[in-house]
Design a protein around this ligand. Structure first.
Ligand SMILES: O=C(O)c1cc(=O)[nH]c(=O)n1[C@@H]1O[C@H](COP(=O)(O)O)[C@@H](O)[C@H]1O
Length: 307
């Protein structure tokens, strides 16, 4: 049966891109021209600037990426106006035929997770197409997301091996049965994903595997043949393009690579006077960086496929 993973895989093939751009808007890195008329004491005014920035980024990268991934903290900071900026961003991305992955990292007791799942995988204004889920509370914490994704033909990514330096502190713990915690979780995910594979062989139940851990990714790729990996950590966090082949399967499927700051603030690496750039320059730098990242990913994705 078709599922959301099929849509994701077909979008990757249609656009010839496995790149996701993360929308982590931070005023500190906005060019001056975007802040000129902003009242920094007003959340409403700041939230308008955030939406405007996102709109420009989305227009710049829409042909180079398959999805946007707003990180919710950057919107929650500005209260209800921040949430409105998120909602407008989701609606705008949708109007450009982009998949929306809400990076919410939610997870709670079952009843609360069910409410979160309705918020992010339902029909409301904050709902996208996919959401990141923290599985730390156990199966009654993540099953409501799986049920909502299945019922609404959407998808999720369970945090499995995250990109951050201290992810080993808990995720790599060796358990009494000799297994590593993330391997145990992978086994649980595969049980669910194996039963819900779509026409391209993948489930709508994916996993987050940090681009900073290619060795672990190679192992997890084998353990999770039915889960698409969301791979953050590429670029600024140290994940290298040449290591990304480990995250893909033999057909060049099975992973989408996410980059936030490296793309949306690409101008900061290009110009020491970046704060003075004008809009056409912002668009050019951001689009060029997205295009380069897309090509770098494709080079390793297809390299593996032909190996
Ligand atoms: O779920 C995520 O997206 C995520 C998981 C993870 O393991 N590591 C990780 O960096 N992220 C998110 O991905 C984004 C990475 O941003 P950049 O390092 O700027 O590309 C941030 O919004 C993080 O919250």
């Amino acid at each position: 049966m078709r599922n959301f993973a099929d849509k994701l895989i077909e979008e990757v093939s249609r656009k010839n891109s496995a790149l996701v751009v993360g929308l982590d808007p931070d005023l500190e890195y906005f060019p001056d021209y975007l802040l000129e008329d902003v009242d920094l004491s007003s959340d409403e005014s700041i939230a308008d600037a955030i939406f405007e920035f996102n709109r420009i980024i989305i227009d710049a990268v829409a042909d180079e990426v398959i999805a946007v991934k707003p990180q919710l903290a950057y919107y929650e900071v500005y209260g209800s106006f921040g949430i409105q900026a998120l909602e407008r961003t989701i609606a705008y991305a949708r109007s450009k035929d982009l998949i929306v992955i809400n990076d919410a990292k939610r997870g709670d007791i079952g009843s609360t997770s069910a409410a979160y799942a309705r918020a992010y995988l339902g029909k409301g204004t904050m709902a996208g197409d996919m959401v990141t889920v923290n599985p730390f509370l156990g199966s009654d914490g993540y099953m409501p997301f799986i049920q909502a994704a299945r019922d609404n033909n959407k998808g999720l990514f369970l945090l499995l091996k995250t990109s951050n330096p201290s992810s080993h502190e808990l995720q790599d713990l060796q358990l009494a049965n000799g297994k590593v915690l993330y391997d145990m979780l992978a086994e649980e995910i595969e049980k669910l994903a194996g039963d819900s594979a779509g026409v391209h062989g993948y489930s709508y139940i994916g996993a987050v595997v940090g681009g900073t851990y290619p060795e672990e990714a190679a192992k997890l790729r084998r353990a999770l043949p039915h889960s698409i990996f969301l791979v953050p950590g590429f670029g600024i966090q140290g994940g290298r393009a040449e290591d990304l082949s480990e995250f893909f399967d033999d057909k060049g499927n099975g992973a989408v690579i996410s980059s936030s700051r490296g793309i949306i603030y690409a101008y900061r690496n290009q110009r020491s006077d970046w704060s003075r750039i004008v809009e056409s320059e912002l668009i050019r730098y951001v689009r060029e960086e997205a295009s380069t990242a897309k090509e770098q990913i494709n080079a390793v994705r297809f390299h593996k496929a032909t190996r």
